[in-house]
Design a protein around this ligand. Structure first.
Ligand code: ZN
Length: 262
């Protein structure tokens, strides 16, 4: 199902003991922790693209302390995963959402992120799942129609690639921060749902939509972690404990049927 990320190659990758290799001889090592780095030189905008180790660690602490649990539950309620699903998470971060859903539902899970620290963290905690370093904005390194579901939680949006790797009867969940997400820290934001639906309109039809919101009382360490995770400049004094709103707009799409000329 994985295909070679080299431009103009895209042939299937075969798994050997310590590496993946395509028939043209492009080869990719399997890391000690089990993930595979398929990032190509032209995919990098910097030498360490994506989330930093500090942001990944902060986000994982917030997940582990349960603040985002209600958001996870709302996502599970909307997509209703089954053991037969084959799921792609594009921009999976530390793997919390995909890994937790996969362990509950028992589906086949494949996480892609551009950040090595994020994928490393995901692979260490959920070694039974497949974790890939790649730039999903350019190319999702999987064969056509590989997945029954794709999810992107405050992450990548690549309608053409999502459409290509999804089955015709697949479903796509896009989660974007709501206008009131972390509004206590950054003020009221804007509603992203209309623009997101428009972004996907050529390839996908919206079939369901809901808002998941939870409020939590955070101690100063947790507030500091939120600031780290959103790359806000650190304050000179420690963050104060406060009540914060975590809120996502969840958009569920189905692929539009494409009519190809014979
Ligand atoms: Zn190749």
């Amino acid at each position: 199902m994985l295909v070679c990320p080299v431009r103009d190659c895209h042939r299937p990758l075969q798994r050997e003991e310590r590496r993946l290799v395509c028939e043209r001889g492009h080869s990719f090592d399997i890391a000690r922790s089990g993930y595979i780095n398929l990032l190509q030189p032209q995919d990098r905008r910097s030498s360490e693209p994506g989330d930093t180790l500090a942001a990944v660690a902060a986000r994982r602490r917030l997940h582990d302390r349960g603040f985002t649990g209600p958001l996870l539950d709302a996502i599970a309620d909307l997509v209703c995963p089954t053991p037969n699903d084959v799921v792609l998470d594009a921009g999976c971060g530390d793997g919390f959402y995909l890994g937790t859903l996969a362990r509950k539902a028992g589906f086949s899970a494949h996480g892609v992120d551009i950040a090595v620290p994020a994928i490393e963290a995901a692979a260490r905690r959920y070694p039974e799942l497949e974790w890939i370093v790649a730039n999903a904005d350019r190319f999702v390194p999987y064969a056509d129609h590989s997945f029954s579901m794709a999810i992107s939680i405050t992450a990548r949006m690549n309608p053409a690639e999502f459409r290509r790797v999804l089955r015709e009867d697949g479903r796509l969940l896009i989660a974007v921060p709501s206008a009131d997400d972390l509004s206590e820290l950054r003020g009221s934001g804007h509603d992203r749902t209309a623009r997101t639906v428009e972004t996907f309109a050529a390839e996908f039809a919206l079939v369901d939509q809901r808002r998941a919101t939870t409020m939590a009382d955070l101690d100063s360490a947790a507030v500091q972690d939120v600031l780290l995770s959103i790359y806000r400049p650190m304050q000179s004094r420690p963050a104060e404990a406060m009540r914060l709103t975590f809120s996502l707009d969840l958009l569920l799409f189905r692929p539009r049927l494409l009519f190809r000329p014979r």
